[in-house]
Design a protein around this ligand. Structure first.
Ligand code: MSP
Length: 512
């Protein structure tokens, strides 16, 4: 048994989750489900990042105490994950006392080791991104991802000696070419590491911000939100002493968006190095979702698609499928109602749904709904069996690289092959020929068993619909990975007809 640990970002809980959050969580959830299906012992972590100025400001605007405000939104994230079939094993709240204890202990250790010092800081601070920014990063006076320009700040801060870890980080990236994926992000960070990166301010004076974890040796400061949140990846495992940490941490893979690449490389790698925590195994970096206008999806632009509304309109599984299939992970791409509708109507209803409903209705019509036993296999069946047998390993190899869209693409190619098989074997012709009864049995059985394989292969992506498909096929609801050919549908058992993916008339979910 191997342990695998997968994390989503620990989201700021200043509002309801949006499509960008759903994008990262659904990718992490699908990877977790595939690895679990393949027999790994998996933990999926998500959580709520509750501290920092952003939350304090939003709570004030909502006229609510920050703790109650963050808790209310944390619950709306938990509810959203339920509705999007994202099933985390752990949900960290940075407000939890167990988390605060880990943060305090880490700070104390670093302070005692001389890794933290006090100094005056003057610089431009982005509240949107919760970090100091450099002039080089600004476009027209602000960060491209921010609404407001950064503000000038001068104050005493505790600093972590991040720059002292630069050479080590550089060497780590050079020695581990697959640490950060896709590779363009690794190159970006390697370039940054060629020059000094400075030290990291890790505290805020309480007279300006008191919403955070106190600096253990100085009541005048609270911990910087990123230093606190990143440790949320280790605190729920019982770092440092609990067995879960020892078991799961060596396999950790983080899933993040490209806007938090620097914090997950410069900040997090240096922090873990200073603390003697092994660096993560993989950082999977996504691009940005764009609205139908081609601009980054954002609330202020109003070009976003609400994930819960989309799940209600098109079905949660169609949304999950579209998110992994439409955009190559790591690149920017458009997600709009039209895009989801097309994936639903074309890939899911026309290709997969149609295959299932044709197979099930032919078994109903020609065999009274009973699964026939196959007779002799011919070349076309041998090709299908070979494909069904090799797909699980191919799919898993792509999943390990977070190429979920390509994995789903391979499975949908198999569905196309099966649709071609229906056309070429023409069961409706065989049904008219009393001497072709064995042949018809073989074709119908092959279709049902291949659909069973498809349901197992796609179950991590579309758990609800694939359960439904297995139930129509008369097989127990639990998916089985790597089920050998011939061990799925049972000759003599009964199938039911049904429509898996009702088609949606085009244009209903118009993008605005
Ligand atoms: N709290 C920090 C993460 C701390 S992890 C220790 C944070 N939270 S966030 O809620 O602002 O963002 C979380 C994730 O949402 C990021 O990975 C970000 O890339 C992602 N997205 C936000 N908008 C997005 C798009 N339009 N498209 C894709 N993902 C985007 O940052």
């Amino acid at each position: 048994m191997t342990y695998r640990y997968i994390t989503t970002p620990i989201y700021y809980v200043n509002d309801r989750p949006h499509m960008g959050h759903a994008y990262a969580s659904i990718h992490a959830d699908i990877m977790a489900r595939y690895l679990r299906a393949a027999g790994h012992q998996v933990l999926l972590l998500t959580g709520a990042d509750a501290h920092g100025e952003k939350i304090a400001k939003a709570a004030m605007q909502a006229n609510e105490a920050p703790h109650a405000f963050a808790e209310r939104h944390a619950r709306s994230f938990e509810e959203a994950w339920r509705r999007l079939s994202v099933e985390p094993d752990l949900f960290v709240r940075t407000t939890a006392s167990t988390h605060a204890e880990v943060v305090s202990a880490c700070l104390t250790r670093l302070f005692e080791a001389g890794e933290i010092y006090l100094a005056d800081y003057e610089g431009l601070y982005s509240i949107g991104q919760e970090r100091f920014v450099t002039d080089k990063e600004l476009v027209d006076g602000k960060l491209p991802e921010d609404k407001d320009p950064p503000v000038l700040r001068r104050e005493p801060n505790y600093f972590f000696r991040m720059d002292a870890h630069r050479d080590w980080m550089r060497q780590l990236l050079l020695d581990t070419p697959d640490l950060i994926q896709p590779t363009q992000y690794r190159s970006e960070i390697l370039k940054l590491l060629e020059e000094p990166i400075g030290d990291l301010s890790i505290s805020r004076p309480v007279d300006r911000l008191d919403w955070g974890i106190p600096i253990p040796w100085d009541a005048g400061h609270v911990t910087y939100v990123w230093f606190d949140a990143l440790l949320g990846y280790v605190s729920p495992l019982g770092y440092p002493g609990q067995p879960a940490f020892a078991d799961y941490w060596p396999s950790v893979q983080h899933v993040i968006g490209k806007d938090i690449l620097r914090t997950h490389t410069l900040f997090w790698l240096s922090m873990t190095h200073a603390l003697g925590i092994a660096p993560y195994r993989r950082l999977h970096v996504s691009g940005h979702l764009l609205g139908s206008d081609g601009r980054k999806m954002s609330k202020s632009l109003g070009n976003g698609v609400d994930p819960l509304k989309a799940a209600e309109t098109y079905g949660v599984d169609a949304l999950r499928y579209t998110l992994i299939r439409e955009i190559s992970f790591g690149f920017d791409g458009i997600i709009s109602n039209t895009v989801i509708e097309q994936r639903l109507n074309r890939d899911l209803a026309d290709d997969l749904g149609n295959l299932a409903s044709r197979a099930l209705s032919m078994v109903t019509k020609y065999r009274d709904g009973c699964v026939p036993a196959p007779a002799a296999y011919e070349a076309s069946e041998v090709a299908i069996i070979a494909r069904a047998t090799e797909l699980p390993a191919m799919v898993l190899a792509l999943v390990e690289e977070m190429k979920l869209g390509r994995a789903a693409g391979q499975i949908m190619e198999f569905v196309k092959q099966l649709n071609g098989y229906v056309a070429s074997s023409a069961p409706w012709v065989l049904a008219k020929d009393s001497k072709a009864s064995d042949r018809l049995d073989t074709v119908l059985y092959t279709l049902l068993e291949a659909l069973y394989s498809v349901s197992n292969l796609l179950s991590p992506v579309m758990p609800g619909k694939m359960n439904e498909l297995r139930s129509l096929l008369g097989v127990s609801a639990e998916p089985r990975w790597n089920s050998p050919w011939g061990h799925g549908v049972k000759p003599g058992s009964v199938v039911r007809e049904g429509i898996l993916y009702p088609k949606r008339p085009s244009g209903i979910g118009d993008d605005v």
